[in-house]
Design a protein around this ligand. Structure first.
Ligand SMILES: Cc1ncc(C[n+]2csc(CCOP(=O)(O)OP(=O)(O)O)c2C)c(N)n1
Length: 279
């Protein structure tokens, strides 16, 4: 469990990692990654029971995290490296030929921390629900977490998994949505409206919690609240801003999957300056 100032410092470092990674690769997904950074930082550095030293792909004896919105690989890789799953020096290899850090996570046997390949949207919630039920059947008291996108939630399989998890009362499953209102082609309201996510998830038999995805107190309270609810799977809807922390990216779907130019990178890094120190 880290204090909030430490979490802010880690998140600031992770945002710089994301910008450096996509700039070096000249491609990738900075917008959603920057938007979900605070939540992912709270998850790995405060909420989850995990230990990189004893991690195994079976996920036994620890919490499991599945990234369903696999294009958010930059934030995922940075968080894994900063948590100690692999060296931070490797972050510079994002999207390079032969790297373990593919543009979307793939399970090479050698990349610790990754349970499942992703990138084809809509599938991760099904996997997470299955792993969570498996843990219950095994008597493993640990939880399963899964990150979904709001645009991703336009996929039908998300709702099939939702029905299934509620039917089987998979209450050790904590799903969360990066509710930034944006997806690849524009606002979700104009692509395929999914509002109101609160009503939809509760109609599907889930406990629903809403929180500010850029306020660590709100994020941690949401996770805490999820622990005391029993009998249903939980969905935390984190209100976030795409591109959070970089003014010219903030709130715009245009930064869903585009690398900044060299000039824009400099600008982004100067805005993410190490005011709180390096982590
Ligand atoms: C099955 C499938 N259909 C389409 C895509 C292309 N695609 C990649 S990301 C994306 C939008 C996802 O939106 P969201 O989950 O809101 O992510 P954000 O834009 O907030 O990063 C789409 C349509 C895909 N990867 N997989």
């Amino acid at each position: 469990m880290q204090d909030i100032t430490t979490l802010q410092r880690i998140a600031s470092q992770v945002r710089r990692d994301i910008v450096r990674m996509v700039c070096a690769a000249k491609s990738g997904h900075p917008g959603g990654s920057l938007g979900i950074t605070d939540v992912m930082t709270a998850l790995y550095f405060s909420e989850m029971n995990h230990d990189p030293k004893s991690w195994t792909r079976s996920g036994k004896g620890q919490d499991v995290f599945i990234i369903s919105a696999g294009h958010l690989a930059p934030v995922y890789y940075s968080i894994l490296a900063r948590s100690g799953y692999f060296p931070t020096a490797e972050l510079g290899t994002l999207r390079k030929f032969g790297t373990r850090l593919q543009g979307h996570p793939c399970v090479t046997d050698s990349l610790p921390g990754v349970f499942k390949p992703s990138g084809s949207l809509g599938q991760g919630l099904s996997t997470a629900a299955g792993i969570a039920l498996g843990k219950k059947l095994d008597g493993d008291p640990n939880r399963v977490y899964v990150l979904c996108g709001d645009g991703e939630s336009e996929e039908g399989q998300i709702w099939e998994a939702g029905m299934w998890a509620a039917h089987h009362k998979v209450d050790n499953l904590i799903a969360f949505t990066d509710w930034n209102g944006q997806q690849i082609d524009g606002p979700t309201t104009t692509v395929t409206a999914i509002e109101d996510l609160r009503d939809k998830w509760s109609a599907f038999g889930w406990d629903v919690i809403e929180a500010d995805g850029h306020d660590f107190e709100s994020i941690l309270k949401a996770f805490e609240f999820a622990h005391v609810l029993n009998g249903k799977p939980k969905m935390i809807l984190f209100r976030t801003e795409m591109g959070h922390g970089v003014d010219y990216m903030a709130g715009s779907h245009k930064w869903h999957g585009k690398a900044p130019s060299a000039e824009e990178c400099k600008k982004a890094l100067s805005q993410l300056e190490e005011t709180l120190g390096d982590y």
